[in-house]
Design a protein around this ligand. Structure first.
Ligand SMILES: [Zn+2]
Length: 520
């Protein structure tokens, strides 16, 4: 059992962290708890523990082998015991924490970045580097998928300008190749280990979450408690991929790219902005697409920013698009894709209330709480409704103009492969008005072919899923139950969709997960 401890002032971050942990280890193994129940946890996570809780945690760590993760400010009790030194903030955040908008044919990054040291190799994280903020398209998209680390005092912000002893540093804040202060550290306390991120939400919105998973599931497995992590990649595969087109302005023009994907043997999905269905020329294409096994998602009725701006408007967007798609194709859509990737909480609640099972979105520009390292349940929403971040937009505007045009996309996939993330990417059908930066369909098809070839070269056994299969897999994963009896774990309610199976990581091994699997 993982206990999450946070005071009321930090409850917003705590909710996001609890949901993130549950997406990795399953719902039942994570409990938001009062400090009085600290002794019941073998693994604890604390967000900005105060001085009183800090002393309790210190005693808890020293009593027997345990694991503690701290997100955000460390109590001064810890700082003095662990030898942390306060340093200066590195000047104005405007100069180093923010990125300019991306130019066409290039990308843009903040001057500040996080760089992991060789010591982080024990968690598979050595030489990881990421900008605090980064754009590949305008000031909207980060095709590498992670959220922004702010310097603004919010829960998404760097928090404490401190330097931890050199031997305890896992990652630094770097500006112009100079170390400024520590972002991530690891401390041995008595028989226990502390993992610390200098941000109240930790890395919930980044591939760096993998470091947290590795700490939980296999760090010091001989002497410290470990927690199982359910893999986001179906068992038997080393990678999982899904792609879609968001049909903002046209549908039928998806035909040529669809043919290409059929030739490649890769599933293809369409998210339908249903105003397009007012033009009946799209109906026959869509019916053929569905009868050939293509999968459909809702992309709202009117593509309104922020789902129309209110819960009530979002209800209408969800219901109208559902009805239109069913009327034309007979398909009852289960999942929505956010227009402009704007996913405000009221829209997710409305989608849930209309009967959808989940939403796809996630973008560095807005709604940071929807940027999810792992797909699955969402903070503040009922179980059974899931979210999945898919921020890699394969657009002509984002092809690099001065080197391998697909370098960033390949890097995005390679990182997903490395950290076992279900990788999603998207494009849009051409319209008479807009071709999304592509010169023509031939150039676009060549780039898509090249990208799929890269995936098939990098991965020995990739699994391409359509969007509905991918979301159903994540939804079934979210329903898995794991109970701990103090000596080990027992898994139940393991119901993978047809043809798929789950894998579970524990103490350095990954095995097939079935009902009744026991982990000791
Ligand atoms: Zn759209």
């Amino acid at each position: 059992m993982i206990g999450v401890f946070a005071t009321h002032q930090n409850s917003e971050a705590a909710k996001l962290v609890v949901a993130a942990l549950r997406r990795s280890v399953c719902h039942d193994l994570v409990m938001n708890a009062v400090p009085a129940s600290l002794a019941d946890s073998s693994v604890s996570v604390s967000i900005k523990p105060d001085e009183v809780l800090g002393e309790q945690l210190w005693l808890w760590l020293n009593k027997q082998p345990r694991k503690l993760i701290v997100f955000g400010k460390l109590p001064s009790f810890f700082c003095s015991r662990l030898g942390l030194q306060t340093v200066e903030w590195p000047g104005y955040p405007e100069d180093w924490a923010y990125s300019k908008p991306a130019p066409a044919g290039g990308f843009s990054e903040s001057a500040g970045s996080i760089r992991y040291r060789q010591k982080a190799s024990v968690f598979g994280a050595d030489r990881w580097e990421r900008a605090l903020e980064r754009f590949d398209f305008s000031d909207e998209w980060n095709n590498l998928g992670y959220g922004a680390i702010r310097a603004d005092g919010s829960i998404w912000s760097l928090e404490q300008p401190v330097q931890v002893p050199d031997e305890c540093v896992l990652a630094d804040l770097i500006i112009e190749d100079e170390i400024q202060f520590t972002y991530c550290g690891q401390f041995e306390v008595g028989p226990s280990t502390v993992l610390w991120f200098n941000r109240p939400v930790g890395p919930v919105d980044s591939f760096e979450w993998r470091l947290v998973e590795r700490f939980l599931t296999d760090w010091k497995s001989e002497s410290q408690p470990c927690c199982p992590v359910v893999s986001e990649v179906p068992w038997g595969h080393d990678s999982a991929i899904t792609m879609r087109l968001d049909c903002d302005e046209d549908i039928t023009s998806a035909g040529l790219l669809w043919s290409t994907y059929r030739e490649m043997g890769v599933p293809f999905s369409l998210a339908i902005h249903t105003d397009n269905l007012n033009d009946m020329t799209h109906h026959a294409f869509l019916q053929e697409f569905v009868s050939s096994g293509g999968s459909l998602l809702s992309h709202t009725a009117t593509h309104a920013p922020n789902w129309g701006g209110s819960y009530e408007a979002a209800l209408v967007e969800g219901q109208k698009s559902y009805d239109s798609i069913r009327d034309v194709t007979g398909v009852a859509v289960r999942y929505g894709v956010s227009p402009f990737h704007q996913s405000p909480p009221y829209a997710l609640k409305a989608l849930c209330d209309v009967g959808y099972r989940g939403c796809i979105g996630g973008i560095i520009r807005n709604d940071p709480e929807f940027l999810l390292a792992r797909g699955g349940e969402l903070a503040g929403l009922p179980r059974g409704f899931i979210g999945h971040s898919q921020q890699t937009m394969l657009h002509g505007d984002c092809m690099l103009s001065d080197e391998d045009p697909l370098r960033i996309f390949k890097a995005a996939y390679d990182r997903a492969f490395e950290v076992r993330t279900l990788f999603g990417y998207l494009d849009h059908p051409f319209s008479t008005r807009y071709q999304y930066g592509w010169t023509d369909e031939a150039q676009r098809i060549k780039a898509h072919r090249h990208f799929v070839e890269h995936i098939r070269t990098r991965s020995a056994n990739p699994l391409f899923l359509d969007e509905v299969q991918a979301m159903e897999f994540l939804r079934a994963k979210s329903a898995i139950q794991i109970v701990s009896d103090g000596t080990g774990y027992t898994c139940c309610n393991v119901k993978a969709p047809d043809g798929l199976a789950f894998g579970i990581e524990f103490k350095g091994n990954c095995q097939r997960l079935t009902n009744g699997t026991k982990l000791i």
